[in-house]
Design a protein around this ligand. Structure first.
Ligand code: FAD
Length: 367
């Protein structure tokens, strides 16, 4: 079978990797590397158990995505791929008041009961919190989830793609132009047809532009995220992920790097500018939570365009009206957590296998 994958973010890279484990599949990946590619900007938090999203179908996928990291990381390790910053540093779900802490426990504890990946979840007090993440302000309490992890998304996507290429997948940079003859999709790169039995469209926020020539569109809209990277003097390798009230967060990587995120900007389309308001929003949050970061060096601000599903849930499956198009999309703000699993599931659909997760709730509707 010849498969063309359009888009190599975390999702397309995962599809390529998982399909490449089957030697009968010839894989061509085309990636345009748009400015705003979400996987290049993603923070890298993998801690599904604390989410405030209550939709059960979303949560099932999100939790399964988090649980899939361990087997994926060990499978990649066997292939010599270890350089993607994955580490179970734990996550602190932060509270200012007892009431908030009780609300966090009510949300998280039922979810982590009998979930070994989450570890021994427990309350921690102000002194322990400060010891774990020294720049933080005083007076916080938290629920600590030892299984919370972080990953360098661009590194992980690269590792999966390299593993796919080692198995024979071909990667091309450029724009995949999709047209149709009847109900069959045709993919062209630089004007040349790339022969395909199946086309897997993992084009992130650019999906509707990619489907426009065939008159299709799905319920996905772009959302801009601006995220700040700082350098500190302290050793940060073990610092946990911080999940405070609200949608902002903080995490750290091995290279004295602290990442503060992120804006969630709707209605700005594919505008990838850093804005004064976006910078101020993120830095004001960061310094209020962690005043000890005031002297940190600003390294860079990344901008990514999240593919937000109007249904909130991931969209995985066949595009109706076309016999050879599969879609993977709508990973939204949790795509680094769900992307590797979503890619595995899409590869199972492509191969005609029963997917590990029932995909009925995530069916793709063409608008
Ligand atoms: P993308 O990574 O955007 O990749 C799509 C690719 O398709 C692009 O390279 C694009 O150029 C290519 N493409 C599009 N059209 C074509 C075409 N016609 N031809 C060829 N190529 C094409 N998730 C988490 O779980 N945890 C986090 O901590 C987290 N933090 C985030 C922070 C920010 C600031 C942002 C923006 C996102 C964050 N996310 C997080 C979400 C996550 O990053 C995204 O959901 C995920 O990266 C989406 O992956 P994707 O592969 O679907 O899309």
């Amino acid at each position: 079978m010849r498969v063309v994958i359009v888009g190599a973010g975390i999702l397309g890279s995962s599809v390529a990797y998982h399909l490449s484990l089957n030697r009968d599949v010839a894989i061509t990946v085309i990636d345009e590397a748009h400015q705003g590619k979400a996987t290049l900007a993603g923070a890298g938090i993998v801690c599904p158990w604390a989410t405030k999203v209550t939709d059960p179908d979303f949560y099932r996928f999100y939790a399964a995505g988090g649980a899939y990291y361990r087997p994926l990381v060990s499978a990649l390790k066997e292939k010599g791929e270890t350089e993607f910053g994955y580490r179970q540093v734990g996550a602190l779900v932060l509270a200012d008041t007892d009431e908030q802490l009780q609300e966090i426990e009510a949300r998280v504890l039922p979810r982590v009961a009998n979930v070994p990946e989450a570890g021994e979840v427990r309350r921690v007090g102000a002194a322990e919190i400060k010891a774990m993440f020294p720049p933080l302000r005083d007076g916080l309490s938290a629920l600590y989830i030892p299984g919370g992890a972080r990953v360098e998304a661009r590194g992980l996507a690269g590792a999966m793609m390299r593993a796919a290429q080692a198995n024979g997948a071909q990667l091309h940079q450029g724009h995949a132009n999709i047209t149709a003859e009847g109900s069959r999709a045709i993919v062209k790169l630089d004007g040349k047809v790339i022969d395909a039995d199946l086309v897997v469209v993992t084009a992130g926020a650019w999906v509707n532009q990619t489907l426009t020539n065939i008159g299709a569109s799905i319920g996905v809209v772009p959302q801009r995220g601006q995220i700040v990277h700082l350098r500190v003097k302290e050793e940060t390798i073990d610092w946990p992920v911080l999940l405070p009230q609200g949608s902002h967060y903080m995490l750290a990587f091995d290279d004295n790097r602290v990442v503060v995120g992120a804006t969630r900007e709707n209605g700005v389309g594919f505008d990838c500018r850093l804005t004064a308001g976006g910078q101020a929003e993120v830095l004001n949050f960061g310094l209020a939570l962690a005043p000890g970061l005031a002297d940190a060096t600003h390294i860079e601000t990344r901008v990514g365009i999240r593919p937000m599903a109007e249904s909130v849930k991931p969209l995985i499956g066949h595009l109706s009206g076309f016999e050879n198009i599969l879609i993977g999309n709508g990973l939204g703000a949790g795509g680094l957590t769900m992307g590797p699993l979503a890619g595995k599931l899409l590869s199972q659909v492509a191969l005609g296998q029963t997917p590990d997760l029932d995909l009925t709730p995530y069916a793709v509707r063409s608008l």
